[in-house]
Design a protein around this ligand. Structure first.
Ligand code: GRF
Length: 203
């Protein structure tokens, strides 16, 4: 299955997806055919280039509305034959039109155990709440931010002397395992979205 990845930055999750999809021992059933960034010159683009994956920079500022920007992204994804879209540190909110078009085919990784700590600064929210466990969630994307059905999660401990930076790094190592696992489940048809719920299939 052909996958497109949307990024805005460093792209360590993109790297995890590149490494696992390109390594036949993982049996991912997925191939990344396009990486789109809304920011130029980010490390994530260089990661894709090193792996010889086509890249495209679409600067959101060049479009007069969110809908127009999303439509341009959609056109690029369709042109590349993309069937599943992975958000990997993509820092733009997607329009309802876009999320509707890709419903059940659009997934994201969030640095908290949803439904706790939605939105930005999830790691800071977890530290301020004083929880002792946090983690990451890979979920289907709905128009409401961080709201779709959860495909997989992985927990990490929070230690007394943790800072946002330390916790962010610990969660990222979990993300790099969880995101490929979730993509594999979707790409191989083991899970799908039905009536906004996660359904497991016996194939
Ligand atoms: C990750 O923490 C992810 O959960 C969040 O954005 C960050 C992206 O990091 N959505 P990277 O660019 O993959 O390193």
């Amino acid at each position: 299955i052909k996958v497109g990845v949307l990024i805005s930055g460093t792209g360590t999750n993109l790297q995890a997806l590149i490494d696992t999809t390109m390594n036949p021992t993982y049996h991912m059933g997925a191939e990344i055919v396009l990486v789109i960034s809304n920011k130029p010159d980010v490390e994530g683009l260089r990661r894709a280039e090193r792996a010889q994956i086509p890249t495209k920079v679409l600067k959101h500022k060049n479009y007069s509305s969110r809908e127009e920007f999303d439509e341009a992204m959609h056109a690029e994804l369709i042109k590349a034959g993309v069937e599943i879209v992975c958000l990997a540190g993509f820092m733009r909110i997607l329009s309802g039109t876009f999320t509707q078009k890709w419903k059940g085919k659009l997934i994201n990784v969030h640095p908290a155990l949803l439904p706790s700590f939605k939105g930005t600064h999830a790691q800071k929210q977890a530290l301020e709440a004083g929880v002792k466990i946090s983690g990451c969630s890979v979920h289907f994307v709905e128009e409401d931010v961080d709201a779709g059905a959860i495909i997989t999660q992985e927990a990490v401990p929070i230690h007394v002397d943790d800072t946002v930076e330390i916790l962010t790094e610990r969660i990222k190592t979990a993300e790099h395992r969880a995101y490929p696992r979730a993509l594999q489940l979707l790409a191989t048809g083991k899970v799908r979205l039905s009536n906004d719920k996660l359904v497991w299939t016996n194939i």
